[in-house]
Design a protein around this ligand. Structure first.
Ligand code: SF4
Length: 472
C-alpha cells in the first residue's frame, strides 16, 4: 500500500482526533448526505435494481471462481490487439515495471487518470524517486496533490475540503506546479473548475505518457474501460503517445454482456447518474487513433490471498462505487484518513486488512471500525456482505491473539461448561439470585465499550425455579 499511509495510528486513536475536527465533520456530513440522497433517488428509478444487483454479484463470483482462465483470455486478446501485458505480483514489481517503461520513453513527466490501484502501490512516490513527475488530472486528486494531502474517499478524494479551502490551495500552490490560478479567483464551483481546466490543459498537451487504471477489463476482446465525469480521463487516454494501465486482476469481466450490468449499477451507485458523462473504451492500439504504444500491468498485490479466503473473497467483487462510504455512520464522523489506507470506509475495513494482513496495529483495528449496522450491505450494488466479512476478520484476529482474547476465551469456555451441566447451572442460578444485590451494574474494564453498557439485572428467581414451584 501507498507508503504515504504507513505508520499511521490505529483506527480508534486516529478517529478520536478526527471527530474533534468540527470543520471536517461538517464537510463530511454535508457531502455524504447529499450524495446518499441523490443515489437513493437514482436507484429508485430502476424497477429491476435488485435483479441487477444479483446479476452483478453472480457475474463477479463466477468470474472470480475462474479468474485464471479469464485473465489468460484477456492477455491473449490484449496482445493480439497490439498491447503488451505485464504481470506484477506485488507493489514493488508493479512500480518497477511502470518506472522502467516510462524511463524507456525518455520522458520525465506523466499525466494520470484517477486510479485506486496506482495509489494502492504508491506509484507516484516510486516515479518521483526516479525523477519522474506524475500529475494527477482528476479535479479532486489534483486538490489532494496540490495540498500534499492524502485522499479520504474513493470517489471524492478531497471530500474533507470545502470550497474556500480549495480556493486558497489553488491560489497558493498552482504556480509551483505549472500555470498559476487566475487573478481574483472566487470559490464558486465554476471558477474553481475553470482554474483547474486551464492548469491541466497545458499538461495534457505536453504529456507523452499517460497512466491509468481501469474500472473493467473485458476478457473476450481485451478491452479496457474507464468511466469518469470530468473528461480528464479521456484526455489522458487519447492524447499521449504511450499509455500504461495498472489494473487489479479482479477487474476482469468475461464478456460485453457482463459489462452491461455494471454500466447501469456503477454510475447510479457512485455519482447518482443514469450513465457516466464519459465512458472510454480501448482495445490495444489503433492506427491513427490514440496512443501508439499500450502496456497493461496486471496487479496481484495480495488479491490471490484474498481469493483463497472463502468468506473474505467477496470483497473482490467491489466496483469502487463508494456507496458504502456515503451511508456509513462511522465514516461520516471519523473521515477517511482515520482508516490509514487508500481504501477507507466499510470496504476499506474489509479490503485493507486482507490485502495487507493484520500484522500491524492499524490493520488489526480496521475490522472493528464499524457498528455492524448493515447500511453498507444494503446499498452495495454487488451485494458484498460487509458485516459478515468484518465478523469473520474479527474472529481471525481473536484466534490469533487479539486484544482481550484470553479473558474472553476463559469466560466463554467456563460458560459453555456450565450450560452443558444442568445441575451445575441450577446451582449457579440460585447462587446468582442469592447474591444479586452485590452484582456490579456495568461490565468490568475501563474502555469506552464497557463504560457505555449496563449488565442485565439478575432476577430474584430463575425461570427454571419458578417452573418447578408453580407448574410441577
Ligand atoms: S463495497 Fe460495494 S458499496 Fe462499497 S465501494 Fe465496493 S461496490 Fe461500492
Amino acid at each position: 500500500m501507498s507508503a504515504a499511509f504507513l505508520g499511521m495510528p490505529p483506527f480508534p486513536q486516529a478517529a478520536e482526533v478526527a471527530v474533534h475536527n468540527t470543520t471536517l465533520r461538517a464537510n463530511l456530513r454535508h457531502a455524504t448526505h447529499t450524495i446518499r440522497a441523490k443515489r437513493a433517488r437514482a436507484v429508485a428509478e430502476l424497477s429491476d435494481w435488485e435483479q441487477l444487483r444479483e446479476a452483478g454479484r453472480q457475474i463477479k463470483d463466477h468470474t472470480l471462481r475462474h479468474l485464471d482462465r479469464h485473465l489468460i483470455r484477456l492477455e491473449t486478446a490484449v496482445t493480439e490487439a497490439g498491447g503488451t501485458v505485464h504481470w506484477a505480483a506485488d507493489a514493488a514489481e508493479a512500480n518497477r515495471i511502470v518506472t522502467e517503461l516510462v524511463k524507456a520513453t525518455g520522458e520525465t513527466e506523466v499525466v494520470k487518470v484517477k486510479s485506486m490501484a496506482t495509489q494502492e502501490i504508491g506509484l507516484n512516490e516510486a516515479l518521483a524517486a526516479e525523477g519522474i513527475s506524475a500529475y494527477e488530472t482528476d479535479l479532486a486528486e489534483l486538490i489532494v496533490q496540490l495540498g500534499d494531502d492524502l485522499p479520504s474517499h474513493i470517489l471524492v478524494p478531497a471530500i474533507h475540503r470545502n470550497r474556500e479551502e480549495i480556493r486558497s490551495l489553488f491560489v497558493d500552490e498552482m504556480a509551483k506546479w505549472g500555470r498559476a490560478a487566475p487573478q481574483g479567483l472566487s470559490d464558486s464551483p465554476a471558477d474553481l473548475a475553470e482554474a483547474a481546466r486551464l492548469h491541466l490543459r497545458e499538461k495534457f498537451l505536453r504529456a507523452r505518457v499517460g497512466i491509468s487504471g481501469a474500472n473493467f477489463m473485458v476478457a473476450e476482446t481485451g478491452t479496457l474501460v474507464v468511466v469518469e465525469s470530468e473528461g480528464n480521463g479521456r484526455m489522458c487516454l487519447t492524447l499521449p503517445h504511450t499509455l500504461i494501465s495498472v489494473v487489479g486482476i479482479e477487474k476482469v469481466v468475461p464478456t460485453w454482456r457482463d459489462l452491461e450490468v455494471f454500466l447501469q449499477t456503477l454510475p447510479r451507485s457512485a455519482t447518482a447518474e443514469r450513465m457516466n458523462p464519459y465512458t472510454s473504451l480501448w482495445t490495444g492500439t489503433t492506427d491513427g487513433d490514440g496512443p501508439r504504444v499500450f502496456h497493461l500491468v496486471l496487479l496481484d498485490n495480495g488479491r490471490t490471498d484474498v481469493l483463497a479466503d472463502e468468506v473474505g473473497r467477496q470483497a473482490l467483487r467491489c466496483i469502487r462505487c463508494s456507496a458504502c462510504l456515503n451511508v456509513c455512520p462511522v465514516y461520516e464522523r471519523a473521515g477517511g484518513h482515520a482508516y490509514g489506507s487508500v481504501y477507507p470506509g466499510p470496504i476499506g475495513a474489509i479490503l485493507t486488512p486482507q490485502l495487507r494482513g493484520t500484522g500491524s496495529a492499524i490493520d488489526a483495528s480496521l475490522p472493528y471500525a464499524s457498528t455492524l449496522c448493515g447500511a453498507c450491505y444494503e446499498v452495495c450494488p454487488v451485494a458484498i456482505d460487509i458485516p459478515e466479512v468484518l465478523l469473520h476478520l474479527r474472529a481471525g484476529i481473536a484466534e490469533r491473539g487479539g486484544p482481550g482474547h484470553r479473558v474472553e476465551r476463559v469466560a466463554l469456555t467456563a460458560t459453555g461448561w456450565v450450560l452443558r451441566h444442568p445441575t451445575v447451572l441450577a446451582v449457579a442460578e440460585r447462587l446468582a439470585a442469592a447474591t444479586r444485590a452485590l452484582h456490579p451494574s456495568r461490565p468490568p474494564g475501563s474502555g469506552a465499550w464497557t463504560a457505555s453498557r449496563e449488565l442485565p439485572e439478575v432476577p430474584a428467581q430463575s425461570f427454571r425455579n419458578w417452573w418447578q414451584e408453580n407448574r410441577r
